[in-house]
Write a protein that binds this ligand. Structure first.
Ligand SMILES: [Zn+2]
Length: 265
């Protein structure tokens, strides 16, 4: 119960309320009761008892719990004297002026279990790929990094969508199985991970909120039609030459010559 100890005599400034609400993941207008709910869910998620047992994980969990409890003490102290939420305008101006001095000196990069796009916890290392190709030209892109569930799904689906529209039309098609396999693996890992729940305000990331997740590309008409069309073309160009039992030849000649061959047969 160590983490529920409260020093009610502690004073808390407008800037500290602004910062405390950011740590607890609630905006300025949120009531005391809802801040409390957010605090309790963070304690459940971030407590050292549920962190991994290695010293680095324990240190991170302890640091995070320290910040969460300090923020909660500030909220409780303001609630006790009836000043909670009364200083939001002061706090926002204090927050913006603090960006130039106090905050910047304390900022830090993400840790391995924090999303490198939005800074949220938890995150896992992922590799996703895409390919676009036309005839002998191709462009492959791999993304490798720690991502939360939302940013991971958004990135993985965007990459797959690009490949489903642009990956079938040339030599780069040989990388499509890798793109698809990585997407399937990423979706499975991210589904098991759960939604992002905590963001340390000291983390510097390109976004402060997780990326929006689109429907899976298979459920979107344009990438679905592009892929089905491409697969139908490829399969139909293979059928006339399947008797030769030389799939490499038929695959490599799946362009104009075998396509016109199909029309004559
Ligand atoms: Zn994220």
């Amino acid at each position: 119960m160590l983490y529920f100890n409260v020093n009610r005599s502690r004073e808390c400034s407008a800037l500290e309320e602004f910062e405390a609400r950011a740590i607890l993941g609630v905006s300025q207008g949120v009531s005391f009761g809802d801040v409390k709910k957010s605090y309790r869910s963070l304690v459940k998620a971030m407590h050292p008892d549920v962190a991994l047992r290695d010293s680095e994980s324990q240190k991170r969990a302890t640091n995070a719990m320290g910040r969460i409890n300090e923020a909660w003490e500030c909220i409780q102290a303001l609630e006790a004297i009836g000043r909670l939420g009364t200083s939001s305008s002061t706090a926002s101006s204090a927050g913006s002026s603090a960006n130039s001095s106090q905050f910047r000196s304390r900022n830090r990069a993400t840790l391995v279990d924090e999303c490198e796009v939005c800074g949220s916890w938890p995150a896992i290392p992922l590799i996703v790929s895409t390919v676009s190709t036309f005839w002998i030209f191709m462009r492959r892109v791999n993304y490798e990094g720690s991502l939360c569930r939302s940013c991971g799904l958004a990135t993985s689906r965007y990459y797959l969508k690009e490949a489903m529209m642009k990956g079938w039309w040339g030599l780069g098609i040989i990388f499509m199985p890798i793109v698809i396999a990585r997407s399937v693996i990423a979706e499975r890992k991210l589904d098991a991970l759960g939604d992002p729940i905590y963001r340390d305000i000291l983390v510097i990331t390109p976004n402060e909120l997780p990326l929006m997740v689109e429907d899976h590309p298979i459920k979107q008409p344009i990438p679905l039609l592009a892929s089905v069309g491409a697969i139908v073309l490829i399969v139909s160009s293979l059928i006339p030459t399947s008797g030769t039992s030389d799939p490499t030849q038929s695959a490599s000649s799946s362009g104009s010559s075998s396509g016109s061959g199909l029309l004559k047969v």
